[in-house]
Design a protein around this ligand. Sequence first.
Ligand SMILES: C[S@@+](CC[C@H](N)C(=O)[O-])C[C@H]1O[C@@H](n2cnc3c(N)ncnc32)[C@H](O)[C@@H]1O
Length: 256
Amino acid sequence: MSHARDPYGDVAFYELLHGSYRDDVAFYRSLALDHPGRLLEIGAGTGRLTREFARLAEAVVALEPADAMRFALQEALTEEAWEGATRVEVRGDTIEAYAQAEPNAACDLVVAPFNVLLHAASLEAQDAFLQAAHQCTKPGGLFAFDMMAPPVGVLEGVPRLELRDDRMDGGEVKVTRVQWHDPVRQVLRNDFEVETLDGEGRVSRRHVELTVRYLHRFELERAVLQAGFSRVQTFEDFGRAPVGASPRHFVVLAHP
Ligand SMILES: C[S@@+](CC[C@H](N)C(=O)[O-])C[C@H]1O[C@@H](n2cnc3c(N)ncnc32)[C@H](O)[C@@H]1O
């Protein structure tokens, strides 16, 4: 679907799908409380968690390379709700570029919440991402991230209604997802169709494509250790349950 949009170029789509996701908030808040000081957020998106970090850390650097997401984050930073919070330095760098630009970053806590590492599509890209995160984490600090575990039972090509929402003008918006799974390449493609019915009864559709490469548990742990971390803990949820037979997520704590 070559005309499909990049999900991070379509803030309305991202917010519709993930704006109210809260499963990880208590977890990342507790890490920020336990690791006070300088916090680096990799892939801050539109600031879903940056809001929380700004109230807990002494200094926050939020990296978001996608222009549309970063502009939305910067706009949100001017909102009233952020008053009294720590000043957030927002940068358009990837973590790899940031580690090069700031070789002495020395952060107490480095986080990459909600599938950021899934976007590293090759072994080299995964290594570069993790090495950069390691370089930015100071001794005694912590690197934490979470990502989707290998998917099971994907019904390839079967449209699934993801959400249906009322619009202010009396219309509605509907998101449908079709998935394609390549277990040999460890790649999952998501094709989304966003159908909007406005208050006048006019229908419009747009397509968004999100392709990600997932990692298996020990492959992931080996990569984290290979990047220079000395200890890695992997859980299957934000309550820190041990990884079982069919995890849906990996929640990882890496110690430098
Ligand atoms: C699924 S979104 C998560 C956004 C945000 N962390 C949240 O929880 O809502 C992944 C984000 O990671 C960003 N990203 C992908 N690769 C990155 C990299 N190498 N360095 C920094 N950010 C990256 C993308 O631009 C995107 O905004």
